[in-house]
Design a protein around this ligand. Structure first.
Ligand code: ADP
Ligand code: MG
Length: 612
């Protein structure tokens, strides 16, 4: 029996739709890209119910010829390329001819369009891929596409959609990227009847940033301008003070197309090395102009991924573009590590770019104005032991720790309670570790990890006993958020209150925070808040109880004594006593050890005072 048959067009379009239009924001993306390709100077986007019930994108671009209005909805119908060789020189955002066909397969679509030289335009209605009507229409030059009831005939897809506010957040974010990618175009974005974004299209990237992220960001970005003959890079890069807890405020555009690329992300991060605290990500908007024949955007139907024929060249261009921009700014400290530095180790798994020479930032040796910050957060026990090894050799003590694997041990948790007279504080080492002598052991305590753990225990206990004591801020702090972030804060208002934050909508994608779970400085407070937003964003379906304890981890960390901070004896005393009194605990909330020990026996063995 004959079993194999070709799928009819509607079914194959629905399958393709699964890839091209996974959510309302993807529809908006395709429609805006079409408008950009049509050379529009003005694009307006209006949505309702997170784009599920209504999306309208209008432009004043070239319009579609009356004869093409129906064929435009067929799969692989495009005006942008003709032959296979055209694939090597793509300057338009679209070229696969899939978007309109895919969207029309899973929604009710209307098209109203007119070209400059046509006397009248055309109005086409299509439902589930079927042409319902095609009529002449009086309309201005340009194109309007209305998409209603998205995914009404694909219930499985519909089920995956998030709440209206979340989908609207994605659309808002997408519109923002489009704005940042095309400052020369005037954008208007309206959500449920309310104007969210309007940009003048004056070709000024900084004013776009002002519009979207706010004043603080606009004034804290430095100009990036770079060319290596093949790649031209322009844009703005944020100073360290506006770095974020995630990469949401990073946008890369290649030849006007918003793309995601690990190579570019990594180059950016590397260029900021030593300028940012751990888990801080730079803000940046970068436009790259590259000959299209050295990139392949045809990796995925959404064309958001790109392949470069010469990754290293792209990496270097971005790296140097940013580095030069940052180092020409005076208020960012010029800090760098040489390869030989004691604390040099790689925390990144990406070994690919290890050949970057950090010593030579602008072609000459740069003064190290302060010791490079160390990422204590990322150090494993093994690494911390190595660090101690390195240091002790430097102090002229032949390392006691380098031989046996077991020489330095994380202290076993014990059940005994410890009092002051059971230990002796020898001192503080590297402003980070407290050295104590206890019984027959030398113990090193990581002051940050220990304090963090204590904070965490206290917060959790207070939380469970409902005795949390939030702090009212003397001066409320305003925090700028992205569209998605603001929706998260609104949606999880109760959660924030439960863990001790009081944050109110302050308009223009910002919130004003009046109360925090514990007292921390303003900057840490902002970080803390953003990190918790990020936590919620990442943790999607995580049980709320987990979320609470995660939030408390973060709070505990932010409010803990930092590494590299000198402590008084009384402070050390209290910390050591408290931490040794905790039962069964030897890791910080992140799972790193709080202390490591070296027994007297092992020390004496190394000094050959006792036999093996
Ligand atoms: P692609 O953009 O890959 O060519 P689409 O399915 O998105 O495929 O669009 C099909 C064709 O419809 C485009 O090639 C273009 O000719 C026309 N088109 C779509 N949207 C617009 C618009 N806003 N303005 C002018 N022409 C458009
Ligand atoms: Mg298109």
């Amino acid at each position: 029996m004959k079993n194999i048959h070709l799928l009819d067009q509607q079914v194959s379009n629905m399958i393709a739709a699964g890839e091209v239009v996974e959510r309302p924001a993807a529809v908006v993306k395709e429609l805006i890209e079409n408008a950009i390709d049509a050379k529009a100077q003005m694009i307006s986007v209006e949505i309702k119910n997170g784009g599920k019930s209504f999306i309208r994108v209008s432009d004043n671009g070239n319009g579609i010829d009356n004869e093409d209005t129906v064929v435009a909805f067929e799969r692989h119908a495009t005006s942008k390329i003709k032959t296979a060789t055209d694939l090597n020189s793509i300057f338009t955002l679209g070229f696969r001819g899939e978007a309109l066909a895919s969207i029309a397969a899973v929604a009710h679509v209307e098209l109203i369009t007119r070209t400059a030289d046509a006397e009248e335009g055309t109005h086409v209605i299509i439902k589930a891929g079927q042409l319902i009507s095609q009529q002449p229409a009086g309309c201005p030059k340009g194109t309007t596409i209305i998409v209603k009831n998205l995914f009404y005939n694909t219930p499985a897809r519909m089920k995956f959609l998030k709440k209206d506010a979340t989908e609207a957040g994605h659309i808002g974010d997408l519109v923002n990227r489009m704005v940042l990618g095309h400052p020369e175009i005037s954008f208007r974005y309206i959500n449920n009847g309310k104007e969210v974004t309007f940009t003048p299209g004056d070709n000024n990237l900084r004013s776009c940033i002002y519009n979207i992220y706010g004043k603080e960001y606009a004034k804290s970005m430095v100009e990036v301008k770079h060319s290596d003959g093949n790649i031209v890079i322009q844009g703005l890069a944020g100073k360290a003070n506006i770095a974020r807890a995630n990469r949401n405020f990073q946008s890369f555009f290649i030849n006007g197309r918003y793309i995601k690329s690990n190579t570019l992300t990594y180059a950016l991060q590397q260029a900021y090395k030593n300028l940012l605290m751990v888990n801080r990500f730079p803000v940046a908007v970068l436009h790259l102009k590259i000959n299209p024949n050295v990139i392949d955007v045809n990796v995925h139907p959404t064309k958001m991924e790109v392949k470069f024929s010469n990754e290293k060249q792209i990496f270097d261009a971005v790296y140097w573009a940013i580095k030069n921009a940052l180092y020409s700014e005076k208020d960012i400290p010029e800090v760098t590590l040489s390869k030989q530095d004691l604390f040099n180790y790689t925390t990144s798994n990406n070994k690919q770019y290890n050949d970057i020479n950090d010593t030579d930032v602008i072609g000459q040796q740069i003064n190290v104005s302060r010791p490079a910050p160390i990422n204590y957060e990322d150090i494993t026990l093994k690494e911390s032991v190595n660090m101690i090894n390195n240091q002790s050799s430097d102090f002229g003590i032949d390392s006691v720790m380098e031989k046996g694997e077991n020489t330095v041990e994380a202290i076993n948790s014990s059940n005994e309670l410890i009092t002051k007279n059971q230990f002796k504080i020898i001192g503080q080492m590297f402003n980070t570790y407290i050295i104590i002598e206890k019984d027959e052991e030398m113990i090193l305590i990581d002051q940050h990890a220990a304090h963090e753990r204590l904070n965490y225990e206290k917060l959790m206990l207070d939380y469970k006993q409902r005795t949390l004591m939030p702090q009212t801020l003397l001066v409320p702090v305003v925090i700028q958020l992205s569209n998605i972030e603001i929706e998260i804060v609104k949606e999880h208002k109760e959660f924030f209150e439960k863990i001790g934050f009081e944050a109110e909508d302050f308009g223009n994608n910002s919130v004003v925070v009046r109360q925090t779970p514990i007292s921390v400085g303003e900057n840490y407070m902002k970080d803390l808040f953003l990190e918790i937003v990020n936590l919620i964003q990442k943790s999607n379906k995580e049980a709320l109880t987990d979320m609470e304890s995660h939030a408390f981890y973060t709070i505990a960390c932010k409010s803990a004594i930092k590494a590299n901070k000198g402590l008084h004896m009384a402070e050390m005393d209290k910390l050591v006593e408290d931490i040794l009194s905790l039962r069964n605990i030897n890791t910080c909330p992140h799972g790193r050890p709080i202390m490591i020990s070296l027994s007297k026996y092992k020390i004496e063995k190394e000094f050959k005072r006792v036999g093996a």
